[in-house]
Design a protein around this ligand. Structure first.
Ligand code: SF4
Ligand code: SF4
Length: 111
């Protein structure tokens, strides 16, 4: 029997946009809401930074993000949903950014 290909967790296709975390990230007091919404394992990682933020901040692995927007702040009147509650990042700290802009800033991403 052929060996199963190794799961890398990287996306198969480069998305048109991806999540970028801004300075507004508070680390959600050590329990990041965004991590619970992201469907990709280890895509959103909590980086500890005792000096500037005791709860750390989130870093999105640009090789794993599929641009699904599950993590971003979405208000109660979002399209197709009937909910009184805000979902996604409570601090509006996640910006969906065109991938070519991310690559301009950080270099070409392999995938
Ligand atoms: S939900 Fe927002 S504020 Fe909370 S850890 Fe994630 S990006 Fe940071
Ligand atoms: S856009 Fe989707 S894959 Fe990317 S960080 Fe947010 S929830 Fe995860």
């Amino acid at each position: 029997m052929a060996a199963k290909p190794q799961q890398t967790g990287r996306r198969k296709k480069k998305p048109a946009q991806m999540a970028v975390i801004t300075d507004c990230c508070t680390g959600c007091a050590g329990s990041p809401v965004c991590q619970t919404l992201c469907p990709v394992e280890n895509c959103m990682q909590l980086i500890h930074d005792d000096q500037s933020n005791p709860f750390g901040y989130i870093w999105v692995d640009p090789l794993k993000c599929i641009g699904c927007k599950q993590c971003i702040s979405q208000g109660p009147n979002r399209e197709g949903m009937e909910s009184l509650y805000l979902i996604g990042c409570p601090w509006d700290a996640i910006q969906m950014t065109p991938t070519d802009q991310v690559e301009k800033a950080y270099g070409t991403l392999e995938y």
